[in-house]
Design a protein around this ligand. Sequence first.
Ligand code: SAM
Ligand code: SF4
Length: 441
Amino acid sequence: MADLNGLTFFIKTFGCQMNENDSERIAGLLAAAGARKVERFEDGQVVIVNSCAVRAKSEEKLLSYLGRLGSWKKKRGLVIGLAGCVAQLYREKILVKNPDVDFVVGPDNYHLLPEILSHGLGPKPVITSWACDWNEDERQPFMRESPVSAYVTIMEGCDNFCAYCVVPFTRGREKFRPLRAILGEVASLARDGYKEIQFLGQNVNSYKDPETGALFQDLLKASDDIKGVEWIRFITSHPKNFSGDIAEAMARSKKVCSHLHLPLQSGSTPVLERMKRGYTREDYLGTIRLLRSLMPGISLSTDIIVGFPGETEREFEETMSALEAIRFANIFSFRYSPRPGTAAAKLDDDVPFDVKRRRLLEVQKRQKAIQTEIHKGFIGRTIKVLCLGKSKKDKRIYSGRSEGYQVVNFTSEQNAIGRFVRVRVKDSGPYSLGGDFCEEG
Ligand code: SAM
Ligand code: SF4
């Protein structure tokens, strides 16, 4: 067992919830070996940068951060480790471009970090092999950021190869975690007082227990029986794998929230075809109709890409009309960014930057207005909120999420953190609701 007693480390995380959860795991692994986590990179002897490769912009942010670390390293000395998707994608090449980086470790190899840091595993090690099996022992332990809401990984990797997406190249093929291990982790989190669980995976709907063949809907049904946890969410769903059985399991469940993140990407069937998404606009709208018939009030969120190769003005307008027809509670929208190795990288990136920018602004402007309208409808209502902490802007204000995953900021005379409360909504903006504590939830 590696001994890291006395070592201090800092972790910088870029990217999605999977990276956030991986950073919690890296912190847990290093702390178990005796190292101490610090809150500023200036206080760390080691900095691990957990990187994201999903868009060129994420890589640019990473490079600028590595530049800052490099300057500090020259002044004070520092060990810099690059983890995550950029590490897996570029491997040895990173060391040539960024000589300040001391080691490179891909997402399937974090269990080796204590050893890398104690024995070095050679000069400037680059460890990016794929693990073929899910090893439970190697996944533990975690140092979680929140004492209230926890991520639980149910699968790694992705087999979909959407034309624009680098994830299958950075995270490898689909690997599913055994159902008994997932349920065991949820039960232990419930014992530790966690109130909300978020199942994680690139395409959770394709989940299949490697031991029993149980499907995602079976996981939802089984986790409904675990005492203590009150809310269950999952991310990310894929429209082509989102079956009627899953929708029914959601609707029947007492704990699965009435909220779904279902990335649409484009409202145009020809664009979806070029993206290799495996569904049409009509398929998607049909799924939304089904969800709304089973769960009337369900809160829906999505991801949108504008300016995919060949996207015409008419095709873009179909995305706009989809926003109008569906009225999402929240969206994440992006300009298409070509990624190395993907199918779309071979296509001509022919939508000019200014057109992409204008389309993105149009999407965001329309969505902002829709969200403002949706949020206004909450004023005067009393809603259930899981309080996750204090507001970042004002420490006198508590902050949490509604069942529909809206940010709710509220006043309270008593400490509400970690509790379910009822909040009377009295004001709203495009991105949050505001109100006062009413009673225990
Ligand atoms: N597995 C999830 C899914 O199927 O949607 C998430 C994948 S990715 C980490 C999150 C979002 O980033 C995607 O849904 C997509 O909207 C966006 N994205 C991925 N690749 C992109 C690219 N090359 N350019 C712009 N946006 C991209
Ligand atoms: Fe990327 Fe598509 Fe897999 Fe999501 S489903 S991670 S967008 S390839």
